[in-house]
Design a protein around this ligand. Structure first.
Ligand code: NAG
Ligand code: NAG
Ligand code: NAG
Ligand code: NAG
Length: 464
């Protein structure tokens, strides 16, 4: 019973079973870039490889010569660029051919009471290392890697002894030779495996939830195991934004989608509508899609003849200046419901249901409600990446205005034959557009990982 409960907790802890809303594909080009980093790491690790002392004895008929090789350290190594490829259904296969490593150390021999000693140089050449790494996922949605197979083969080794009466011992060299070759051969794969374990530890510690700003969290655990084919690695991520305060799921779900491979780029990243709309929902449910507009704000230029006051609204709503003579006004603009983005080929559409409430500011600073207009607006345009933020560059393409309530009596909304260019409708709509544009310009910060930055991001919108 208990184990079942734990299992259930683990299962609900991550996003398995849910459609991914973000997909990433690492192409061969990206893999080759990443493998450079791996080669540098190998160079460093092999340089600090620890070789244990080698002890042994050689029978020479009249007794045994005991030897010890100690203080063995790497004096140099040359790690050629590994060849790394995707290994279908498993992960990665890396091959390093022609690796060479040189060592220095001391030798000591004892035959009865006769001791001798000196130093030696050792070099191994044409070392081939082949490693297969399995890529999977852990229960909390991290990528996991493990060493599936590793094989190291030393082709040639040469050893030179210096000092002591070393000439006497040179005949035993071939015996040391094979022994030490085998010992070094055995040490190479543990270095590779240590690298994999190190990487796995980093991956397990990697965040799968990022606080992108004071209001939003982005959850990106894997929704299923990474998919490896012969030319790419595909990752399916949850890609859901949450409000920091409420952390509730939106009332809509991620739809399945396909991300086409683009082998000219290192990484393809696909964001579905769901990701963007979950951010929209999070902002909306946190009460952040609202603003107040007054006459002294920069969006209303000082030179404009139209002021946000009851006198200016006179030609539009004749009764207004009579009821509230020459008073400044304040507008409350807000989203009535979750603004929803939809992606079409090369275009993004935003349905933004909103409202504008107008108030008169009384001489005693209290606000008197005047009217409320519902604005059902549709914006269309593009989404772009700028300063590592996702921003919308959109224009109003359609709207419907309705008078939702009025404390100052009925007035004409959307009257096409008003002789005046300025109608209450146009004025209100202008403020509404300023508000939406400001929200879109704020954008969403894309979480970036350590040392990884987007270089010349290319953004494409695709209908799915
Ligand atoms: C207008 O709004 C701005 C920003 O919210 C505020 O600093 C300013 O005091 C307001 N002005 C008036 C007249 O209410
Ligand atoms: C209201 O706007 C008019 C211009 O339409 C301006 O002449 C007047 O001074 C403004 N009144 C206030 C209180 O700002
Ligand atoms: C402010 O003035 C208005 C209109 O004269 C009045 O209705 C309202 O009660 C006053 N509010 C306060 C807090 O004095
Ligand atoms: C604007 O929206 C209305 C109502 O949704 C629709 O009837 C009309 O065709 C739309 N106009 C354009 C130009 O898209």
């Amino acid at each position: 019973m208990l184990s079942l409960l734990i299992l259930l907790l683990n299962l609900t802890n991550h996003a398995f079973g849910q459609n991914p809303a973000i997909k990433a594909i690492l192409t061969n080009k990206g893999l080759q870039y990443a493998s450079h980093i791996g080669a540098d790491w190998m160079q460093e690790k092999i340089g600090s490889m620890i070789i244990p002392d080698v002890r042994g004895g050689v029978h020479i008929g009249i007794g045994t010569v005991n030897y010890v090789l100690d203080g063995i350290s790497v004096s140099g190594c040359d790690v050629p660029e590994p060849s790394v490829e995707f290994y279908e259904g498993v992960g990665l296969k890396a091959v390093i051919s022609g690796l060479s490593i040189s060592f220095t150390g001391n030798w000591h021999t004892r035959f009865g009471i006769i001791t001798d000693g000196g130093s030696f140089d050792l070099a191994v050449f044409n070392v081939d290392v082949a490693s297969v790494v399995q890529i999977g996922s852990d229960c909390s949605g991290h990528i996991s890697i493990s060493s599936e197979n590793c094989d190291a083969k030393i082709d040639e080794a040469s050893i030179n002894f210096h000092g002591g009466a070393s000439l006497i011992f040179q005949p035993f060299v071939t015996l040391f030779h094979n022994r030490i070759k085998a010992i070094i051969e055995e040490r190479i794969c543990p270095v590779v495996e240590e690298h994999v374990t190190d990487l796995e530890r980093h991956l397990a510690e990697m965040q799968v939830s990022f606080k992108v700003n004071s209001a939003l969290v982005l959850d990106v655990p894997l929704t299923n195991s990474p998919l490896v084919d012969s030319i790419s690695l595909g990752l399916d991520l949850k890609g859901e934004f949450y409000s920091v305060q409420s952390h509730t799921d939106p009332p809509f779900k991620a739809e399945p989608f396909n991300l086409p491979e683009d082998n000219d780029h290192m990484l393809s990243l696909g964001l579905s509508e769901f990701t963007v709309n979950s951010a929209s929902y999070a902002y909306f449910s946190a009460g952040l899609l609202q603003a107040q507009i007054n006459d002294s704000m920069v969006c209303i230029p000082k030179t404009s003849p139209f002021r946000l006051n009851t006198t200016s609204f006179g030609p539009l709503i004749p009764q207004l200046p009579k009821l509230f003579p020459n008073m400044l006004m304040e507008l409350q603009v807000y989203a009535r419901d979750v603004p929803m983005f939809s992606f079409q080929a090369d275009k993004v559409t935003l349905k933004f249901p909103g409202a504008v409430k107008a108030f008169a500011i009384q001489p005693n600073a209290s606000w008197t409600p005047l009217f409320k207009l519902n604005v059902d607006s549709i914006f269309s345009g593009v989404i772009r990446i700028s300063e590592e933020k996702l921003k919308g560059l959109m224009e109003l393409s359609n709207f419907t205005l309705t008078l939702a309530s009025s404390e100052v009596g009925i007035f004409q909304v959307g009257c096409k034959d008003t002789p005046n260019d300025w109608t209450a409708e146009i004025v209100t709509l202008n403020y509404w557009c300023l508000f939406v544009a400001a929200k879109l310009e704020e954008g969403i910060v894309l979480p970036t990982m350590h040392h990884i930055h987007l270089v010349n991001p290319a953004l494409k919108i695709q209908e799915v």
